[in-house]
Ligand binder design. Structure first.
Ligand code: 5GP
Length: 201
């Protein structure tokens, strides 16, 4: 997604060879127009599939899951990282190790909102080690719902997340795929659309 790549180039802060800060427009202050555009882009990519629910994990996946939910006209659910006292009913849960926080936590959702009749698209801001998305995929498995795909806004392709998901047979699509980065420079993998354009198809 060209506009997203441009924003990453202009505003992304590369803190190290593996950590990208995009909190001026994606996951702290949020550019709402861009978030809605991202939702529509997920609809372009996965719109041929019969999605009934969008699933993400709090906090930084929420704005994109909501945007995708609007584009698909379906509800979105976000997994909680701490079990709230209000979450008193039965839950599906999975452990996740956080790359950015370097600690493990449990994610959970109420069993009321996901079941065998659902067909799920998982959405998140980053695909890095894949731990969060594997946790979400586990939750879908526990519910008996069908997982149709995973859409993430930014993939750091030099980390193992994509291969971990693909090994599980999960269909993954990222809107911006970073092949490498270093302070002051970021390189993207051309997506199929761009390759088709340059091939004149
Ligand atoms: P995972 O390693 O499980 O794929 O990434 C889990 C979460 O860590 C992502 O959803 C994202 O919130 C956060 N994360 C991973 N890598 C980065 C990064 O380079 N920058 C930022 N801002 N967050 C990241």
């Amino acid at each position: 997604m060209k506009v997203l790549e441009e924003r990453i180039r202009q505003e992304g802060l590369i803190l190290s060879e593996s950590v990208l800060k995009v909190d001026s427009f994606l996951n702290h202050q949020v550019d709402t127009g861009l978030a809605l555009q991202i939702g529509r882009e997920f609809k372009e990519v996965f719109g041929h599939l019969p999605v009934t629910k969008i699933l993400t994990v709090e906090a930084s996946g929420i704005q994109f899951a909501m945007a995708a939910g609007i584009a698909f006209s379906v509800p979105f659910i976000y997994a909680k990282k701490k079990k709230a006292v209000t979450l008193s009913e039965d839950v599906y849960s999975a452990p996740v190790y956080s790359f950015t926080r370097q600690e493990s936590y449990q994610i959970s959702i109420s069993q009321k909102y996901l079941g065998p009749e659902d067909r799920v698209l998982i959405v998140d801001d980053f695909l890095a080690t894949g731990a969060a998305l594997v946790g979400l995929a586990d939750i879908v498995g526990q519910s008996g719902a069908q997982l149709l795909g995973v859409g993430c806004v930014i993939e750091k392709s030099f980390q193992e997340g994509r291969s971990l998901l693909e090994k599980r047979g999960i269909n993954v699509h990222a809107l911006a795929r970073i092949s490498s980065m270093a302070p002051g420079e970021v390189h993207f993998i051309a997506n199929e659309e761009k390759m088709r354009e340059s091939a004149g198809c």
